[in-house]
Design a binder for this molecule. Structure first.
Ligand SMILES: Nc1ncnc2c1ncn2[C@@H]1O[C@H](COP(=O)(O)OP(=O)(O)OP(=O)(O)O)[C@@H](O)[C@H]1O
Length: 250
């Protein structure tokens, strides 16, 4: 696909494939086109040309909620969280959105609804266990630490039952302990069978969790391979890793 904003080409003839069950990271310098690619995959912008296909379904041009209905879900920073509500309720709201019970059945409190309600509650607890927020389930979201809030955003995304989860810079602003916890969360999500597409600048995290890494520079893919190969790739070092290394030392 290609993505243009007026005269500017943000993504040029980008072709890549996310394999079922893997963690794939998109890396590259600021302005390389990572977020634009993410936005196109999740329906927040329409690519100027090309196709995006998920399990045989063309996604380009569909609205984001339709795309989520096909299992392709992204996290949203803060916007998806109801600050005044308990953590558990935030996840339940996400699950209800997906479950779509008939409003009349809910109003009448039909037995099927109560069964569903119990099932959703169990699911919510399972999700909270996965993101390690069970001990905080009854706290209002506003009481969470920064790192915990980011975990809740992931929990809400998981409530939409993704088969492909997209994470946009999930550990930016986290301290090393929070980042470490987030890395093990990614491993648990992957182990549950969900495919992950990650955009991230934290190279320790990218190299630690990814099966494969795609590096973009100025809208084009310059490398695609396992983390060990990407770290050694002269083009990647020149365009991105070298610059980060110098900045980290500087
Ligand atoms: N809505 C927009 N309108 C105009 N130009 C845009 C828009 N969104 C992105 N761009 C431009 O497209 C190019 C790619 O930006 P993009 O945000 O996709 O890069 P990125 O790799 O995600 O960068 P970062 O690491 O800084 O998030 C940049 O030159 C950016 O200025």
């Amino acid at each position: 696909m290609s993505i243009r904003f007026g005269g500017l080409t943000a993504v040029e003839d980008m072709t890549f494939e996310v394999r079922e069950g893997e963690v794939l990271s998109l890396i590259g310098p600021n302005g390389a086109g990572k977020t634009s690619a993410f936005n196109a995959i999740t329906g927040y912008i329409t690519p100027s040309s090309g196709t995006i296909t998920y399990r045989g379904t063309p996604l380009a041009g569909l609205k984001s909620d339709r795309i989520a209905g096909h299992g392709v879900v992204r996290t949203f920073q803060k916007t998806s969280v109801f600050n005044g509500l308990p953590v558990l309720d935030n996840v339940l709201i996400g699950l209800h959105r997906r479950a779509r019970q008939h409003p009349l059945a809910i109003m009448l409190g039909l037995p099927g609804v109560r069964r569903d309600e119990a099932r959703l509650r169990d699911l919510a607890w399972e999700i909270l266990d996965l993101v390690a927020l069970r001990p905080r389930a009854n706290e209002v979201a506003a009481a969470l630490s920064y790192g915990e809030l980011r975990l809740l955003e992931v929990a809400i995304a998981l409530a939409a039952e993704p088969t492909l989860l997209l994470l946009d810079e999930p550990v930016s602003g986290m301290n090393p302990a929070e980042t470490g916890a987030f890395m093990s969360l990614i491993a648990r999500i992957r182990a549950s069978g969900i495919t992950i597409l990650l955009v991230e600048h934290d190279m320790k995290m990218v190299m630690g969790v990814s099966d494969r890494v795609v590096c973009l520079n100025q809208g084009k893919i310059i490398a695609d391979g396992p983390p060990a190969a990407i770290q050694q790739d002269p083009q990647v070092i020149r365009a991105y890793l070298g610059e980060r290394y110098v900045r980290a030392r500087g």
